[in-house]
Design a protein around this ligand. Structure first.
Ligand code: ATP
Length: 468
């Protein structure tokens, strides 16, 4: 799909250190006027896709810019397009403020991270049997004095060309991120390593071009095991600022850096003007600088790209130069397409994903078996506890019965003694007392029998039936 590079203008809040020879104003949401304050008050007007003015509430300004402009690029990326937002402008005009910002006044990267994971959670999961997985990676590098340096990994990297003529940074480390904090932590670490320096125009001036990339892989697996994959990335580029040595007061290293920055921005300008010409047949000089070589696809290939041109409200010459540059860029057309591949096209990956599904199914059935064993273990433990309490109860019962048995045995002894006494009496006293002795004997024999019965019951088997 052919797509024009979108160009937006952002007018920053006035800064004390800036010259006051111009007045940049918003005429309408897509038009700015620049007036030169030189007695004649010459005015020029420029039309762009969108224009943003400053207000007293910096944080609110950041939110408005994100919602009205940058969010669309996150959504395009989620649709599967490669996208890029780059901030261009003179030094101190608010590029880093726009791209990164600060925790108090978060810029585009902060806000993208916030929404990316929220949206990721919504997309992920299962619907109609189709599983969707989201994987997010990020990388961060700078181009300083024409050298590429990984800000998250170690050392220098090289820009290489692939067989399909796209370029990539060889050796650049990509890190997976599971949440917003992991990306923001990398951003903080990278910014601490990024080359900055102090100039007359900006106390914390970026002396390198910084490129932060978030890559998203969305994998959908249908119930039949077919795989549909989208891989896309969003590049957030904070360019070093164009500057005039006289304005920045640079010397020594700062001067050398400044000259390299200007060279690469001029080369970006040349690439932009070649690309902006309709039916251009001229070779695009991407190789002229590391910056244009690495941004090749974003400027003239498969990418939806947005340029945010940052300007100061009162600096006539610099603002005019930025707006002219932006105006040329607004004519560039890129060819963005959704980076998706279906299972049928992705034959190499298909068998490996099928193997993965088979392995997952085996693991699942093993887990089910484990669950069964756990259930049985629980039952056995319960039965065991029940058996223990039954044995304990039996023990107590036996003790009770034993005590009763002792009592009975004592009573039986007493009874037999008494019987023995009666029989002795009988033999001593003679006939008259016989009747009385027999009566006593019968009475005691009844008691004796009942005691014997009780004794007999005691030896009945105990109730031993235990349910499992
Ligand atoms: N729109 C804005 N509102 C409020 N403050 C801003 C705005 N733009 C920039 N600033 C402030 O101005 C200062 C310089 O801005 P910033 O560092 O973003 O400029 P820059 O274009 O990245 O400069 P350089 O090219 O030198 O790195 C910072 O303190 C920043 O917070």
């Amino acid at each position: 799909m052919s797509d024009k590079i979108k160009v937006a203008i952002r007018i920053r809040a006035p800064a004390k250190e800036r010259p006051k020879n111009g007045a940049v104003k918003l005429v309408s949401p897509n038009e700015v006027s620049v007036t030169q304050i030189n007695g004649n008050d010459t005015q020029k007007r420029f039309i762009f896709d969108q224009c943003f003015e400053y207000t007293e509430d910096t944080s609110q300004d950041q939110l408005i810019l994100y919602q009205a402009l940058a969010r669309d690029y996150l959504l395009y990326t989620l649709d599967g397009y490669n996208t890029c937002i780059f901030a261009y402008g003179q030094t101190g005009s608010g590029k880093s403020h726009t791209i990164t910002g600060s925790p108090e006044s978060p810029g585009i990267i902060y806000r993208i991270c916030e929404e990316l994971f929220e949206v990721g959670e919504l997309y992920e999961g299962s619907e109609n049997g189709t599983q969707t997985r989201f994987t997010i990676h990020h990388s961060y590098f700078e181009i300083y004095n024409e050298q590429v340096r990984d800000l998250l990994g170690v050392g220098k990297c090289r820009i290489r060309e692939k067989a399909d003529k796209t370029t990539f940074v060889e050796g650049l480390k990509e890190f997976e991120a599971k949440n917003r904090e992991q990306i923001l932590d990398s951003l903080k670490r990278g910014n601490e390593l990024r080359t900055t320096g102090s100039t007359n125009a900006n106390e914390h001036s970026s002396r390198s071009h910084a490129i932060f990339t978030i890559s998203i892989t969305q994998t959908e697996i249908s119930p039949l095991g077919e795989i549909f994959e989208r891989r896309s990335s969003i590049r957030l580029v904070d360019l070093a600022g164009s500057e005039r040595a006289s304005a920045t007061g640079s010397r020594g290293d700062r001067l050398k850096e400044g000259s390299n920055i200007n060279k690469s921005l001029s080369s970006l300008g040349r690439v932009i003007s070649v690309l902006a010409k309709k039916n251009q047949t001229k070779l695009v000089p991407y190789r002229d600088s590391a910056l244009t070589w690495v941004l090749k696809e974003n400027l003239g290939g498969n990418s939806k790209t947005c340029m945010i041109a940052c300007v100061s409200p009162s600096d006539f010459e610099e603002t005019m130069s930025t707006l002219r540059y932006a105006n040329i860029a607004s004519h560039i057309v890129t060819e963005a397409h959704i980076n998706a591949c279906e299972a049928t096209q992705d034959k190499e990956q298909f068998p490996s994903m099928k193997t993965l599904i088979d392995e997952l199914q085996v693991a699942l059935s093993q887990l089910k078996d484990q669950k069964l064993i756990q259930d049985q273990m629980r039952k056995i433990k319960l039965t065991n506890r029940f058996l223990e309490s039954t044995v304990e109860r039996e023990k107590n019962l036996k003790t009770e019965y034993y005590d009763q048995c002792m009592i009975i045995s004592r009573q039986r002894d007493q009874l037999s003694n008494s019987l023995y006494g009666i029989l002795s009496d009988l033999s001593i006293q003679g006939q008259d007392d016989t009747q009385e002795a027999i009566r006593k004997l019968q009475e005691r024999s009844t008691i004796f029998k009942s005691l014997l019965d009780a004794d007999w019951n005691f030896w009945q088997p105990l109730p031993t039936q235990i349910s499992s």
